[in-house]
Structures are given as structure tokens and as C-alpha cells.
Design a protein around this ligand. Structure first.
Ligand SMILES: Nc1ncnc2c1ncn2[C@@H]1O[C@H](COP(=O)(O)OP(=O)(O)OP(=O)(O)O)[C@@H](O)[C@H]1O
Ligand SMILES: [Mg+2]
Length: 475
């Protein structure tokens, strides 16, 4: 009797990768096991030069000793003139599939100038990966677990925006990570970034003694609601004090913060006394953040420097950094009709966007961010929010984001939630995130022509708050 068993390795293998598409939009393929395809790999489909199409592998299955098989999306057909036509894709039977070369991937960008080189494709040798700068006119959500390289990578992208676009940015920087954005490092020097950065107007504002770079807010300019949030006043529960606050400028006049309490005390009314006590108890007048005649952060932003870094880390009272965020966001919102574009970058965004924090200042900041997320886009107020805790960012903020950058994230719960919100990203590409190394990121949404996994390039400027090393004893 004939032996019908097959030894491992005898199973049928293809020596070529073959693909088929029934609808001209998606394709299925089989490939030899040694093919270098992964979810996200760009492939050419077809060998007849007139009918070559560009596709992206989205999912793969394999069996040891067998073949690879999977499916993907056809991104466009390559025309005679060598452009990629997304609307002219067509079905095909058993076409050859091969890894797309750099010049093919380049076609994805069409005629759009995409000078923002941020690194290289993880699966594509040294092919540069780029972002479309014109699509930062949407909100961007950036996440990855602690240490995945978010802040470093964000720095790479912000440098490119700064060098190649005229889009001004304000960076809310809780860990002083971007305070050296104006100082090229040795790599930046070699890459020619030094002279470009030197030409840019980069303002670094920080807590500290009064000076040209001090980070200050003018209490008087804040809206009534925001002043009430600073003083934790509710319009109904604290109606008498709230009312006193409404009339503060008429009764107390425009006095410097340290004079508010004595002036209120000098008034007869009970509400004035209670308000004075409240201000004293909260130690609001001790806050260094008040401008008291000095230039306020909103004055600086009014001049629209190319980049304004707000170092929020060094205040003595945690509420001071919330006051800065609130004053800046309120001011930008207030002037939205001017339609002056600005990229609002918030690192550690869960600090300001959490659905769980309920102090009046936290609520005021969060509500303003929710409003900007929902309505700011058409006024040129574009958010870029970075966090290691997506589940702690209010869901209505994330759902307004069109661009996604995802770095290593091991939490299945977080990944599931993101996959639901960013449903246009192939599940198998999301599934690669737990295996990412530091500095690897998945970009998807409007700012890339197709979802792309990137090894981030090197920073051109100095990082501010690099990790602190463990001190070791000398032997
Ligand atoms: N692509 C990279 N190349 C070289 N060093 C990197 C890269 N990415 C990150 N690092 C280094 O790794 C450390 C952690 O990176 P980073 O601060 O960007 O992580 P993070 O995701 O922002 O973490 P956290 O959520 O804790 O803020 C930093 O010291 C940074 O210099
Ligand atoms: Mg960080």
C-alpha cells in the first residue's frame, strides 16, 4: 500500500506570492512562508506593467511548513503616467504579489508635499516614512505605555512641523520635556537643522522669578466662570460670594492680587469678608502664576511665536498649572473667530482631560478641551493629545480625533477601546502594538496616506527631561 503520510516540509508550497481580487477593492493572497510580509506591508499586485496596483497587507495567517495566506486592501492602480489612482482599482485573477519598492510607496503621497520625514518604515528597509503636514488641521491622539517613547517621538514630529511648516504651536509640557526645543543637538547640527531652528521664534515660558520668560496669567483677564473655578465658587451654592466676585472690579477696583484681600476686608459686607477668607484659605494670592503687571502667557501667544513651550512642572501649587492651561485654552477659544491656526499640543493629556477629576478647575479645563475637540477644528484650533492612559481621557475627546499615533501598548483593554474608536485601522496592525520596541509607532488617519508602522528617527534638538539614571557606587 502506498504511504500517504507527508513529512513536515513536504506540504505544498508556492515559490511565488499570488493574489486574487474579486471586487477590485480587497485582495486575498498566498505566499511562500519565507515571504517578508506582515500586517501593514505595502505590496505590488500584478506584473503586467499597465495593470500594476498598489496594496497593503492587512491580515496574515500561516502554518508552520505550509504557506502564508491573508488579505489586504488595494490602495490604487498605477496609471500609464505613473500616478496612483485610488478610484481606478480593478479585480484580477491570480496576479503576482511582490514587496513594493520605495518609488512605489512614494506614489501614495501623490503630488502632496510631505516633507515631514519622521523615521523609516519598520518593514521596508530604509524607506523614509513621512507625514502629511497639511493634515495636522485635524485633532491627533497619541498614545503608548510609559517608556514607549511617546515624548521623544512627539519631539521628532514637532521639530519637523517647526522646520517645514508655518503652523504655530503651543506645547503644554508638564515634565519640562520640551524646554530645550530651541537647542539643536549634535545630530541636528549635522542634519542642518541648527540654522533653521535658529530662525524660528521659540518661546520657553517657565515658573520662576519675574523675567522675560516667566509663565504668568492675568487673573483680571479670566472669564467670570474661570475666576469662579479658581476660587471654587458655585453660582448658586455660594451665591453671595459669587455675586461679590461679579462686582469685584467695581468694588475693589483693579488692584494687584496681594491687595485684593485687604481691600475686601475693608468692606463692610459679609460676602466680602467670606470671599476674602476663601481667597486666603486657598492661598490664591500666594500663587506665583499671577502676572501682577508682568507679561501674561496670553500676550505672548497673541504674537504667535512659531512655538511656545509652557513648562507646567515647577509650580508650588498644582492648581497653578491648571490655571495656565485654562487661561490659554479660554483665550484661544474666545478669539476663535479670528481663525488663526494653532496646534495645541498637550503631553500627559490625561492630567487635563480625565473624566474622573472633578475639582472646579479640572472640570473647567476639561470642558474647554471637549469644546475645542468638538468645534475647534473649523476655527484652526487643532489638538495633539499624548497620553499613556487612553482610558483616562474623556471618550468624547478621543472620538473627535482623526489622526492616531500608537506606540507600544500592552493593555488589551486600552487596545480594544482604541480599536473601536479608530475602526479604520486594520485589527492586525493594532495587534502589533504590544510587540513594538521603544521608538516604533503606528500612524493612521489623515496625516498618512495609509496606516504605517514606523521606526522613529533621531531628535534634532535636546530632550529636556530625560530619564534619571540610577546612581551606582564606584567599586
Ligand atoms: N526613538 C528613540 N531613540 C532614542 N531614545 C529614545 C527613543 N524613544 C525614547 N527614547 C528614550 O527613552 C526614554 C523614555 O522615552 P519617552 O520619555 O519618550 O517615553 P514616554 O512614552 O513619553 O514615557 P512617559 O509616558 O513615562 O512619559 C527617554 O529617556 C528617551 O530619551
Ligand atoms: Mg512622556
Amino acid at each position: 500500500m502506498e504511504d500517504q503520510t507527508m513529512a513536515v516540509g513536504d506540504s505544498p508550497t508556492l515559490d511565488r506570492s499570488k493574489a486574487v481580487s474579486l471586487d477590485g477593492r480587497r485582495f486575498q493572497f498566498t505566499a511562500p512562508i519565507e515571504s517578508a510580509v506582515e500586517p501593514g506591508t505595502f505590496v505590488t499586485l500584478g506584473s503586467d506593467s499597465e495593470r500594476i496596483q498598489l496594496g497593503q497587507v492587512e491580515n496574515i495567517e500561516f502554518s508552520i511548513g505550509g504557506t502564508l495566506s491573508g488579505g489586504g486592501r488595494i490602495l490604487g492602480a498605477i496609471s500609464e503616467s505613473g500616478t496612483l489612482e485610488a478610484r481606478k482599482t480593478m479585480p484580477f485573477a491570480l496576479a503576482e504579489m511582490g514587496n513594493a519598492e520605495a518609488n512605489m510607496i512614494e506614489l501614495l503621497y501623490g503630488n502632496t508635499a510631505a516633507p515631514l520625514v519622521i523615521g523609516s518604515y519598520v518593514s521596508g528597509g530604509d524607506i523614509p516614512a513621512r507625514l502629511l503636514p497639511n493634515r495636522f488641521n485635524r485633532h491627533t491622539f497619541w498614545c503608548g505605555q510609559s517608556g514607549s517613547g511617546k515624548t521623544y517621538a512627539l519631539g521628532v514630529v514637532l521639530e519637523q512641523i517647526l522646520i517645514h511648516s508655518a503652523l504655530p504651536m503651543v506645547i503644554l509640557d508638564p515634565n519640562a520635556d520640551f524646554v530645550r526645543l530651541s537647542e539643536p543637538n549634535s545630530h541636528g547640527g549635522q542634519a542642518g537643522a541648527a540654522s533653521v531652528i535658529a530662525d524660528r521664534d521659540i518661546q520657553i515660558l517657565r515658573p520662576g522669578p519675574n523675567g522675560p520668560d516667566s509663565l504668568r496669567v492675568r487673573f483680571r483677564d479670566m472669564s467670570l466662570q474661570s475666576k469662579a473655578a479658581v476660587l471654587r465658587l458655585h453660582p448658586l451654592t455660594d451665591h453671595a460670594e459669587y455675586n461679590e466676585l461679579i462686582h469685584l472690579e467695581q468694588t475693589v477696583g483693579i488692584v494687584s492680587p496681594e491687595l485684593i484681600v485687604p481691600t475686601l476686608r475693608a468692606r463692610e459686607s459679609k460676602a466680602a469678608q467670606t470671599l476674602a477668607a476663601r481667597i486666603e484659605n486657598l492661598r490664591v494670592t500666594e500663587w506665583q502664576v499671577w502676572a501682577a503687571g508682568a507679561k501674561a502667557v496670553t500676550d505672548v501667544l497673541e504674537e504667535r511665536p512659531d512655538a511656545t513651550v509652557l513648562d507646567l512642572g515647577g509650580f508650588a501649587y498644582p492648581d497653578e498649572s491648571l490655571v495656565v492651561a485654562l487661561a490659554v485654552l479660554d483665550d484661544l477659544w474666545e478669539k476663535r473667530e479670528q481663525r488663526r491656526p494653532i496646534l495645541i499640543v498637550i503631553d500627559e493629556a490625561h492630567n487635563l482631560c480625565s473624566a474622573e477629576q472633578n475639582s472646579p478647575l479640572n472640570v473647567a479645563v476639561r470642558e474647554r478641551i471637549i469644546q475645542i475637540a468638538a468645534e475647534g477644528r473649523k476655527f484652526g484650533l487643532w489638538l495633539l493629545l499624548s497620553t499613556q492612559r487612553p482610558s483616562r481621557v474623556h471618550p468624547s475627546i478621543i472620538s473627535q480625533c482623526d489622526n492616531l499615533a500608537l506606540m507600544k501598548m500592552s493593555s488589551p483593554h486600552d487596545l480594544e477601546e482604541l480599536a473601536t474608536i479608530f475602526g479604520f485601522v486594520p485589527a492586525a496592525m493594532f495587534a502589533r502594538s504590544p510587540g513594538f520596541r521603544q521608538g516604533e509607532a503606528l500612524f493612521a488617519g489623515g496625516f498618512v496616506p495609509a496606516p504605517t508602522i514606523v521606526t522613529m528617527g533621531a531628535r534634532l534638538t535636546h530632550e529636556g527631561g530625560a530619564d534619571v539614571g540610577v546612581p551606582m557606587r564606584q567599586p
